[in-house]
Design a protein around this ligand. Sequence first.
Ligand code: BG6
Length: 477
Amino acid sequence: MFRKDFYWGGATAANQFEGAWDADGKGASLTDHCTNGSAKNPKWITEKIDEDKWYPSHVGIDFYHKYKEDIALAAEMGFNIFRMSINWSRIFPTGEEETPNQAGLDFYDKVFDELAKYNIEPIVTLSHFEIPYALIDKYNGWADRKVIDLFVNYSKTVIDYFADKVNLWLTFNEINAASMQNGVTVSVSNLQGYTGPMDKVPFNKQLSYQSLHHQLIGAAEVAKYIHNNYPNKKIGCMNLFITKYPLTCDPVDVLESQKQNRIVNWFCSDVQVRGYYPSYAQRFFDENNIKLNITDQDKQILKEGIVDFYTHSYYCSNCVTGDDKRRAESKPDANFGLANPHLKISDWGWVIDPKGLRYTLNEIYDRYQIPIMLVENGFGAYDKLEADKTIHDDYRIEYLKAHIEQMHEAVKDGVDLLGYTTWGWIDIVSASTGEMAKRYGFVYVDKQDDGTGDLSRYKKDSFYWYKKVIESNGKCL
Ligand code: BG6
């Protein structure tokens, strides 16, 4: 079974649940410029805050004021780990201040103390799709090298300030999302001066990969800083993993899946775990007319800034083909691939594939041989709050149960799995669509997409189920 000290918990992101977007000196972050959307209508990013539009991150689920109540719920389920992020613009409102915003530091300090009260260990992401909007305005975000120093300065500030309270750090959430066209959801560049739907942001590959390179350097510098100054702390990378199967056994499809898996799923972690760009990268850059500015010093930093453990999200897989005719005849999924004829698909077009999790964990461990933590996995669904305030989410239990079973298989296969934090353990704003209706939580939050709702929290059936899973260290599913 799972190791005795297995981490069980849940995951969140500051911009999706804190709210209080301009409280106590906080600056606007990228997400604060994003409106709500839905499965059918993409959310928008607006250059200016438009009073006629609804920006869900402005209120989130108000964790900023309700953190005590929420952490008590997490503790009641038996969490021993809590994944969260720090909102960069709460600490450095425009990203360029000389001194940090004390009120921002104080808020996270209180959150860490509250977690400590229940013996819950925080695992903290330094940037979960978060960047001060002012840096997008001024520098086009990560397109400019200058942002590396600003990020490193912010990171060192919080790592030092919380030195006694946080031992597990992650640099960028789903860093590899930037390599996909839908990376614009979380974009690291291409957004300066843009107002419009997220799925129409112009995608400039040269700019995206140069920006990604800057993030990789920033992440490596932070990893090096931790290793040099805090030998007892651990730092990990965080990848979005959408396993890509060949649609058929035609070698054309097999090669296409290898190509896409490399670029989408492996590229960033190959750099972050090994310390250098993978051998397949050059051909991809040449064929896509990408010419990166990588200095000798950059190469040295990458080498010195490798991670201690690997973390990732896993929600779904999809299929790919190298054959145009087959592609045209197949049903697309929502993640730039094709639906799998053997598997079901969620209301948002994500292919449900628990066995794919076992396969993926094995692939990752075979490749890197370092400990893994699955820091996001969950089922986004429409939930119904019954008149008696219960929520019967057996579909969510079924999804999570099937995935935990496959995690167990992977452990039997030899994978060194450190822990599991389910995504959105409490209902929060969806990252891709900006809606509340896509709910993942064990706890229902009364917040609706038209902005109504009194933010009350209600335990779903899955709340009681997950509590038992944790109590039994994964035996009782
Ligand atoms: C991951 C992100 O991509 O998936 C989260 O790290 C996100 O921020 C989660 O919320 C689920 O995606 P969505 O779009 O359903 O919220």
